[in-house]
Design a protein around this ligand. Structure first.
Ligand code: ZN
Ligand code: ZN
Length: 406
């Protein structure tokens, strides 16, 4: 929602404010990253599972970067040059808040598959640092994906035993040589695009770009949706739309209340963190952003994908609201009274093995009790892990018109 508008603010700021003139022109439409050669070679590959792995590895590697013992515990997943690079990035942050993580490029093998991941994050050091990086993951041709794990540890990628540091990258349990990417994805290169002590100001008003762009539709969306409905007749587009609207309302309420507790059980942990990234940044600058009188209008299907672990549905939402930013209640951006229209692409995921009714009320999708989530992400009534996507559709991504590639 608003978050995405603010993402627009910072992105555009590079191009307008540094030049001192309003000479911004929309970027070339992005090309969708084509992962089909990877999926053909490895039908177990799941984009959502990979992104979660990348997300956790990024945060963990930065959190331990100045402690050689802890950093070396990640040895199977980081090349030596990556560990060397991280160890000189300075005092480790106490917290890493990832604002954006996206697959930017995929190169088919040669010897190895290569995925370049773009990350924007706040590293909570003092003062905080805003980092924009690309991480290049490699995995040998011929390897296949492992099943996802919920509680992430960093074991030997061959035998699963706890990793013990070894100069030769040899697992002390199975004796295998864990060379870069031989058994699982490993970061081989990090490029730092920028590392700043301050972020662009979030005040001012940025024109909405792309409302009039045609919806980017994947040609097989209806076929794929029908395939999901065939496996689970409870999945109807109508019920799904009701859940989209429910999550839209929850998200706006949470944003306006500055309390993301309200979206727990409705969005993925990664997306919640990304929302927190922006709430923190407003607060850090002494600002507050709100979207009032928000209403969702039309919802268009855009893309449906299925992989071994997750089904994903992307819709384009058309909505409007009064988007404004205040500093001590004084208006410093947007308008409290003039509604503005905006459109965004929202992606929802659900476990591909799930069968069952779509929850269209704020209730646990497993036991039906009013939704209430524990610190570890479980329903406080039935302990179902409702923030994993195992039970119902969760919002996992919000993308802008000028950023969405399909
Ligand atoms: Zn091993
Ligand atoms: Zn429950």
């Amino acid at each position: 929602v608003i978050v995405s508008i603010t993402i627009g603010v910072t992105r555009k700021s590079d191009e307008t404010w540094t030049s001192g003139a309003i000479d911004y022109s929309p970027p070339e439409p992005k090309k969708a990253v084509d992962l089909s050669p990877l999926l053909a070679a490895d039908p177990d590959f799941s984009r959502a599972v990979f992104e979660d792995f990348a997300y956790q590895l990024y945060a963990q590697a930065h959190r331990v970067r100045s402690d050689p013992d802890k950093l070396v515990a990640l040895q199977p997943y980081l090349s030596q040059r990556v560990m060397d690079h991280l160890s000189v990035r300075g005092q480790a942050p106490t917290q890493v808040v990832i604002g954006t993580l996206a697959i930017e490029r995929y190169n088919p093998p040669g010897d190895a598959h290569q995925i370049v991941v773009y990350v924007e994050a706040t590293h909570h050091t003092s003062p905080p640092v805003y980092a924009v990086e690309t991480w290049t993951f490699v995995r040998a041709a011929g390897t296949v994906s492992k099943p996802p794990v919920r509680a992430r540890t960093w074991p030997c990628p061959n035998c699963g035993a706890p990793w013990q540091a070894a100069a030769e990258r040899k697992c002390q349990h199975c004796g295998e040589d864990v060379q870069i990417g031989r058994f699982d994805w490993c970061v081989d290169w990090i490029a730092v695009r920028s590392e700043d002590k301050a972020k662009a100001s979030l005040t001012g008003t940025v024109e909405e770009v792309g409302n009039d762009f045609p919806t980017v539709k994947s040609p097989d969306w209806s076929e794929q949706l029908a395939a999901i409905a065939k496996d689970d007749p409870e999945v109807t587009f109508d019920a799904f739309l009701q859940r989209v609207r429910l999550i839209y309302r929850r998200l706006n309420d949470a944003w306006n209340a500055n309390d993301l507790g309200l979206v727990r059980g409705f969005v993925t942990t990664a997306l919640r963190t990304s929302l927190q990234y922006w709430l923190d940044e407003y607060q850090h600058q002494g600002l507050r952003n709100q979207l009032t009188d928000a209403e969702i209008g039309h919802i268009d299907p855009a893309k449906v994908t299925r992989d071994k672990y997750f089904d994903a549905i992307t819709v384009r939402i058309r909505a409007s609201g009064c988007d404004f930013t205040t500093e001590n209640d004084k208006l410093v951006g947007g308008s409290r009274t003039a509604k503005r229209d905006y459109t965004e692409y929202w992606t929802f995921i659900r476990s591909s093995s799930r069968r069952g009714k779509i929850t269209t009320e704020p209730a646990c999708p497993n036991c039906g009790a009013p939704i209430e989530i524990s610190d570890t992400g479980d329903c406080t009534h039935c302990n179902a892990a409702v923030e994993t996507g195992e039970f119902d559709w969760l919002l996992s991504k919000i993308e802008q018109d000028d950023n969405y590639a399909g």
